[in-house]
Ligand binder design. Structure first.
Ligand code: A4P
Ligand code: MG
Length: 179
């Protein structure tokens, strides 16, 4: 086959790619070195391809929420939120978050059971999704102070898409004695 190198065929231009957006990731751990695991997970997220910045909130001590309610007898959680600037598509980002959970010895035995690391995608830009594999925003985020408080720590003006201001959601939960 001969090639005309003086007049090469049109090459595709650089792929336009996806614009940078902010993803909100909730981190939780109630087994092992909880603080160390959360900080290491945030650093690991920062090293993912197409992630340019990660801002980690302070770490919050919280009571374990079980399927039947809060359980002060269960190992307590450390929770945090990270604001992730990324060009990864949300489903790809969630797949990578699951891989980081696995690297940290996450076992999926029982729903809402004890865990070395849980990484949930709380929101991705304003995207709404009802897919069981990727619900956006996270369907239980609005009822959880262990998500809303660390998010507010990073951004007092945060908005949960479709649900409203995070500060208002947190105040409503506190007024009802929930969360
Ligand atoms: N999935 C769908 N949408 C999402 C999303 N936006 N982010 C799917 C993350 N995952 C999403 O998740 C179960 C399935 O949800 C996955 O297949 C995923 O594709 P999982 O992490 O394997 O299981 P899980 O975490 O036990 O279940 P679930 O229902 O996601 O639990 P939650 O809501 O994450 O709650 N108490 C305190 N104090 N702090 C905590 O952080 N966390 C939980 C877990 C319970 N109690 C807690 C805490
Ligand atoms: Mg989870």
């Amino acid at each position: 086959m001969s090639r005309n190198l003086t007049n090469p065929p049109d090459m595709p231009g650089p792929r336009p790619g996806r614009p940078e957006t902010t993803a909100v990731v909730a981190l939780g751990a109630n087994l092992g070195d909880r603080h160390g695991t959360i900080r290491a997970a945030a650093e690991r997220i920062a090293r993912l391809p197409l992630v340019s910045e990660v801002r980690l909130s302070r770490l919050f001590e919280t009571v374990a929420l079980r399927l039947d309610g809060p359980d002060p007898e269960a190992p307590g959680y450390v929770n945090a939120v990270a604001l992730v600037t990324t060009r990864l598509a949300p489903e790809i980002l969630l797949g990578m978050l699951h891989a980081i959970e696995d690297e940290n010895g996450r076992e999926r035995r029982e729903r809402w059971g004890d865990r070395t690391l849980d990484l949930d995608l709380i929101a991705y830009d304003g995207v709404l999704s009802d897919e069981p594999r990727l619900q956006l925003p996270h369907p239980r985020a609005a009822e959880r102070l262990f998500v809303l408080d660390p998010w507010l720590d990073l951004d007092q003006d945060a908005v949960l898409p479709g649900r409203g201001r995070v500060a208002d959601l947190a105040a409503q939960l506190r007024a009802r004695g929930e969360g």
